[in-house]
Design a protein around this ligand. Structure first.
Ligand code: ADP
Length: 548
């Protein structure tokens, strides 16, 4: 029986071999014909399977190449944008005549538009490749809404529109979810409402409905009295690049916003809806489920909030920052931005030099570029964590925001991730947060979350620690090694209670060095630790005052 493919090619014959010649009955012929068909189907199936496999591999390779392309592209775009944004921010603080100020203002807002466009494109590519991750952190929902409202109110006022905020009484202050993404959706919807409304008002209404003991359903609506959307376009506007005809020319925009917002809402198990009457106005509404925050999560969050006081109030004095960055322009921008903050900045050009530097002296925070020649940020971090055994906070500092990079940087032991172009405030706050390395959780565990006991411990630390330091200083001056060991030992345990592990390890080192009678490194480590402790003491003093 010939084996014929579906396209008509004869690729072989199916034979029955026997010891004696025989002729086949009709039934047997039928079976043979069916068998031949089965064989050919199997062949074709196997071939298709192989083709599919290759196709699949190609698709995967393509997706990876695409993500790499976007991440490289973002790097290339963000580095110059970072320089323009940083320097113009800086220039704005200098003395300028009105014309220069106006032109610089245009540069700044143009850069902001460019940055948000690059962000949109990147978000889209991340949503497309499935690498966008929805974060889950406790945040202050009410204050976030208020801040967004105030920010967009300025835009509405510029167009003489009323902007009304309705916040439901049931809305909790704290929830657990992705604050940045919620903010992004709100800005997009309200931004559109303001953009497409010539007169009248825009209303933002937010309320929540209890969903279960642990969850709540946030309901948001953005309503406007703008140009409206024709009924036949209501579906389309959620598609990528889709704009109602003619809107770009009149109102500007890229057509990215709604499709990103829709995906973001859906990734948070919600739905984005629209109702609109052409010429009268539109209403966009969505709901997202959030987890309620526990008491401990709220306390931890509030603690972090202390670090978000107005930037001018943050005590950045004497924080020792090591910047590992090969791009000289970036180094220059950061040096300039740190001027007057009190931060002690040192810069090195790659991971290798960074490690050499850390062998000589300690730092409170390291800002680590991920891609550097010689040794990159990942390798350097691995070495710092595993070989030097240092716990110093490392903040990845890169123009690359692809999810794999973010994950990888945390995996190798970095503590946080900042993308360029950054806002100076964000950078300073992050540095402050990590340099201010008291781990309240350790203290809570120690005090059993007892507020009075906690206060007592802080007061004791504030009184005793300066004394202990003075004692150690005196014996170091006298080079009394035995006494140095004892004095250093005494300091260790209070540092442990306050979760100051990095500092504690300095005093362990001093103990070890005193056994080896090595005064020079002792003096150095002590001087470093003293600077750091003085800063912590002055911060703790502020906390103590707040507790009263
Ligand atoms: P962009 O605003 O950048 O054009 P979006 O994806 O945010 O992109 O919006 C897509 C299109 O949907 C807009 O171009 C506009 O035609 C329409 N649209 C969105 N929001 C409104 C609104 N509030 N009123 C009228 N039309 C809107």
């Amino acid at each position: 029986m010939p084996l014929v493919t579906r396209t008509g090619y004869n690729i072989g014959t199916l034979c029955i071999i026997d010891t004696k010649p025989r002729s086949l009955s009709e039934n047997q012929k039928f079976v043979l014909r069916t068998l031949a068909k089965q064989v050919i189907t199997n062949f074709e199936l196997r071939k298709k399977d192989k083709e599919l496999h290759v196709l699949n591999e190609n698709t995967q390779r393509l997706t990876k190449a695409k993500e790499e392309f976007f991440s490289n592209m973002s790097h290339e775009l963000r580095t110059p944008l970072n320089a323009i944004s940083g320097f113009s921010e800086n220039l704005y603080k200098t003395k300028l005549d009105p014309e220069q100020k106006e032109q610089l203002g245009i540069i700044r807002s143009s850069v902001d538009i460019l940055i948000s466009l690059v962000n949109d494109i990147l978000d889209y590519s991340k949503i497309d490749s499935g690498s966008l991750v929805i974060e889950k952190h406790t945040f202050n929902l009410r204050s976030m809404i208020k801040a967004t409202f105030e920010l967009l109110k300025i835009k509405a006022q510029e167009k003489n529109l009323s902007f009304i905020l309705n916040v439901g009484t049931e809305l909790p202050t704290y929830v657990k979810g992705d604050k940045i993404r919620l903010n992004q959706i709100l800005i997009n919807l309200i931004g559109n409402a303001i953009k497409f409304t010539k007169k009248g008002f825009v209303t933002l209404s937010i309320d929540s409905v209890a969903d279960s003991a642990e969850k709540l359903d946030l309901r948001v609506s953005v309503k406007d009295t703008g140009i409206g959307i024709p009924a036949d376009k209501l579906e389309e506007i959620f598609h990528r690049f889709q704009q109602v005809e003619g809107t770009t020319r009149v109102f500007g925009g890229s057509g990215f916003g709604l499709s990103i917002s829709k995906s973001l809402v859906e990734m948070q198990n919600g739905k984005l809806d629209v109702t609109s009457e052409f010429g009268k106005g539109s209403e966009f509404s969505f709901s997202i489920k959030y987890q309620k925050s526990s008491k401990e999560e709220i306390l931890l969050f509030e603690d972090g909030e202390r670090a978000s006081e107005p930037i001018s109030k943050l005590n950045l004095k004497n924080i020792r920052v090591l910047l590992a960055e090969d791009n000289v322009i970036n180094v220059k921008v950061i040096k300039k931005l740190f001027e007057g903050t009190g931060i002690l900045l040192e810069a090195v050009e790659d991971g290798k030099v960074c490690i050499e530097k850390l062998k000589q002296k300690s730092f409170d925070v390291i800002l680590m570029d991920l891609y550097m020649p010689e040794m990159d940020g990942y390798e350097a971090t691995r070495y710092i964590r595993n070989t030097l055994n240092l716990k110093v906070p490392i903040i990845a500092f890169s123009a690359n925001i692809c999810e794999t990079d973010r994950k990888k940087s945390l995996e190798v032991g970095m503590n946080e991730y900042i993308t360029k172009p950054f806002k100076i405030e964000e950078l300073l706050r992050t540095i402050y947060r990590f340099s201010h390395s008291i781990n309240w959780k350790t203290l809570w565990e120690y005090t059993g979350n007892d507020g009075d006991f906690e206060k007592e411990m802080i007061e004791m630390f504030l009184i005793e620690m300066p004394k202990y330091l003075k004692d150690l200083e005196i014996v170091i001056e006298k080079e009394e090694f035995c006494a140095i060991k004892g004095a250093a030992h005494k300091i260790k345990s209070p540092l442990g209670i306050f979760g100051l592990e990095e500092l504690k390890s300095n005093f362990v080192k001093i103990e070890e060095l005193s056994a080896k009678l090595q005064i020079i490194p002792i003096v150095k480590i002590f001087a470093d630790s003293q600077i750091c402790l003085e800063r912590i003491l002055s911060d703790l003093e502020v906390v103590r005052k707040q507790m009263n």
